[in-house]
Structures are given as C-alpha cells and as structure tokens.
Design a binder for this molecule. Sequence first.
Ligand code: UP5
Ligand code: MG
Length: 192
Amino acid sequence: GVTEKARVTFVLGGPGCGKGTQCSLMVERDDFVHLSAGDLLREEQATDSKDSKLIKDYIKEGKIVPVEITCNLILKAMQKKGMSKKFLIDGFPRNEDNLQGWNKVMNKHANVVQVVFFELSEDIMLERIMKRAETSGRADDNKEAAEKRFNTFKNETMKVIKHFEGKKMVHKVDATGGIEDVYENLKDGLIV
Ligand code: UP5
Ligand code: MG
C-alpha cells in the first residue's frame, strides 16, 4: 500500500530564542510531535557511543555536527513515533550541509510544510541563556560558548532560512515578548 509521508515543520531561530519552549506549547495545544536535534545529540553523546566525543567537542565549540549523525538520529526518532505524525524538527537544518543531507535521506520519508523562524535580538538571547545557565548544566550555556553559537547562527543558519524564504515557506515570529505573547504571534499564520 501507499505509505504516508511525515509532515515536517522545521523550527529555527538563534540560540536561546525559545524554540524548545514554544515547541512544548505546540505539542500540548496543536498535536505536534517535538524532536529537538540538539536534545537528540546530547542524548547520543551521553550514551558513550562512537560519536560521543565528536558530539561533545562540536557542541562545546558551537559547531554544527556532520549531517550523517544528526539526520540518522532524527530519522530513528521519527520512526519510533510513527511516520504518520506531524513533526516539529527543532534546531535543524542549521547549514547547507544539513539541508542537503536531509534532502538526500528524507525526501522519500517526509514533506516539509513550513519553516518557523523565531526572531530575537542577541542581547535578549544572551539574557535567556545566562538565566538558564543557573540550572541547565549545558556545556554551552556560558558567555563564551554563546558567542560562538551566535556566530555560527549568523554565518551558517541564516543561509538556510534565506533559502526557505526564497521558497515562501518561512513563518517569521517575533520572539521578544513573554511566552504567551510569542505563542500568539506563532499561532497567527502557523499551518497546524
Ligand atoms: N524562555 C523561553 N521563552 C521565553 C520568553 N518568551 N521570555 C522569557 N524567557 C523565555 O529557551 C531558552 C531559555 O529562555 C529557557 O530558559 C526558557 O525558559 C527561556 P529555549 O526554549 O530553551 O530556547 P531554544 O531556542 O530551544 O534554545 P537552545 O539553547 O536549545 O537553542 P540552540 O539552538 O542554541 O541549541 P540546540 O540544542 O538546538 O543546539 C545546541 C548545539 O547542538 C548547537 O550549537 C550545535 O553545536 C549542536 N547541533 C548540531 O550540531 N546540529 C543540529 O542539528 C542541532 C544542534
Ligand atoms: Mg532548544
């Protein structure tokens, strides 16, 4: 029979802009399944797999892990949930290599329906990261690593967002206000 393709929304935006927070709300209220690429990489790193050291080093430097690793983790996680769901893929694709790798492996499994882009100033992103640093235990939640993540976002991830803007697929959301204000901005134009 015909196998249904997964419906995918990519969720992008700078470090600490609120991707994970808003994805949790969309899971509760709009029936999405949430997969954070960063969370999947941190879980993989913690299992002492062959890629653990590489993942650890890349995350600490705010660099983008090779797509073969990330895309595999995403596909496995999607298959575990069932491919007929609607997925939020949070924090991926982050560069052109990620996007090419996704297209090669995933075009037969998934349709990308939209790209949500949370827009926020670096000052506020840094504030949010430094506040979370008090409790997160994340190796990249400090000023030095945050600056590296900002640079990677500007130099690499913005190109991916521009690519999807060219295809009129980007839903741009002002992420400045409180959590509920941002969710309202998000809902206005979101394909659910
Ligand atoms: N917060 C949230 N919304 C708020 C609001 N409206 N007002 C006030 N506070 C708000 O939020 C961050 C903090 O802000 C939280 O404390 C929250 O309570 C508060 P969060 O929802 O966690 O933001 P998010 O955008 O998810 O931030 P995160 O730090 O997760 O984003 P990054 O993109 O930096 O991190 P990610 O985990 O995606 O990636 C980490 C690293 O993994 C990357 O740098 C990279 O090295 C690697 N990676 C890859 O190599 N490839 C990938 O595909 C993905 C990751
Ligand atoms: Mg996150």
